[in-house]
Write a protein that binds this ligand. Structure first.
Ligand code: C5P
Length: 223
């Protein structure tokens, strides 16, 4: 089974996707990590993430072990990593270079310890539209930029990062704008995605709603 969870930053995709993967015994693929790895690698080389040649040369050599290595860096999940990811992800040739590894994962899904999995929960921006248009269940989750910025701000505070709410809100809006307006695979719900606005919902409510959608899908398949 392939499930795609797309949507803007801090909409709650990661928490939802991990809970679903656990419940349905599927592996979880956080596709944002692919772009964060490329963006951070470019920054660590002292280069500009807007520069196509620098980003493309990193993207063409990217491997899963390299992503895991970079994910341990303190800036991988910080605003620096997010901003660099958003910039490299707006370059069409970089997206094209990273597409196959994301698609291929669905053909031979594995857990992080190498065990074979029966399917994947993708978390991203274009999982339902570009990476896996054949997915069984597609969900697009969103929330107001203020609610999402507050969620991210609290995460940063817990990690001890010094940043104000207003700065997080400005970055959230800037990333939304870049993700939605890029020419290649702009962030948008697939035509057959269920759209859920989580602004006034708890994570448990969102989880329950998506589980209901998956159960209905399974019943249709069983018929
Ligand atoms: O989801 P996350 O915040 O980790 O993603 C970082 C950035 O990577 C996003 O702001 C977006 O620009 C980019 N991204 C993307 N396509 C994906 C996943 C992430 O363009 N499938």
């Amino acid at each position: 089974m392939i499930i795609t969870i797309d949507g803007p930053a801090a909409a709650g995709k990661g928490t939802l996707a991990s809970k679903l993967a656990l419940k349905y015994n599927l592996t979880y693929f956080d596709t944002g990590m692919v772009y964060r790895a490329v963006g951070l690698d470019v920054v660590l080389q002292g280069k500009d993430p807007n520069d196509e040649q620098s980003a493309l040369s990193v993207a063409q050599k990217l491997t899963f072990p390299r992503i895991m290595e970079l994910s341990k860096h303190q800036d991988f999940r910080s605003a620096v990593g997010g901003d660099a990811a958003s910039k490299v992800s707006a370059i069409p040739s970089v997206r094209a270079a990273l597409l196959q590894m994301q698609r291929d994962f669905a053909l031979n899904p594995q857990f992080s310890d190498g065990r074979k999995a029966s399917g994947v929960v993708y978390d991203g921006r274009d999982a339902g539209t570009v990476i896996c248009p054949q997915a069984d269940v597609k969900v697009f989750i969103t929330a107001s930029s203020e609610v999402r910025a507050m969620r991210r701000f609290k995460e940063f505070q817990q990690k001890g990062l010094t940043i104000t709410y207003d700065e997080v809100l400005a970055q959230t809006r800037e990333r939304d704008e870049r993700d939605a307006s890029r020419s290649s695979a702009p962030m948008k719900p697939a035509d057959d995605a269920v759209i859920i606005d989580t602004s006034d919902m708890s994570i448990d409510e969102v989880y329950k709603k998506v589980c209901d959608i998956i159960e209905s899908h399974k019943k249709i398949l069983e018929k």
